[in-house]
Unconditional design. Sequence first.
Length: 226
Amino acid sequence: MALIAVAPDVMAELKRTRRRSIGIKVHRGEVTVSAPMRAPLVEIQAFVARKARWIRKHLELQRQAAARPTELKLEPGASLPFLGESLRLEMSTQPYGVVRDGDRLLIGGEADLYKAKLARWLVGQAQAYLPGRVAEFAPRVGVKPQGFSVRFYKSRWGSCNRRGELQFNWLLMMAPPAVVDYVVIHELAHLRHFDHSPAFWQVVREVMPDYAIHRAWLKQQTSLVW
Ligand SMILES: [Zn+2]
């Protein structure tokens, strides 16, 4: 098997196959390029170069997903993913709630209340952050939502109803911003199409052409961990 360069720092494995076109797969941080037996190397390299951005994006998403802790350990030094950033948890001796200071998140009080305090903080962050995202995308989707709420779901990121009300899972605050945007656009698009029909996905695609990678990111989060 040969190696070809996607970029100076990214290599791909080249597999010659019986397929008729060139294909790229990014799996577990490895890039594989499948090409027809007779495809000239320059043609393969040109194809891979055109897809370099897509490949990088997938590698980055997979790296983020792999780096995400399977279980949040609420102890000093642990990190909390927050809108694409990583906040370091530090226990404060002050008996206040939760205070963010740069990339540190200070939690005070009794240890058995940390988790509840953190949850309340994330709810507050979601309530402050999401209205702006909804306001940004609603006109682009062409809908007028009738308010929204933030709540906890075990197995979904958002929902909406026929009254035009949106609900979002506050655990979304632990996802990268583009993923949050995708969920917002997804729910808004449901106000136009109350299903997952091709027409629905077309609306999503118009607002966010690369939505598929953000959707894939969410799928990689096998379970919502809290
Ligand atoms: Zn949906």
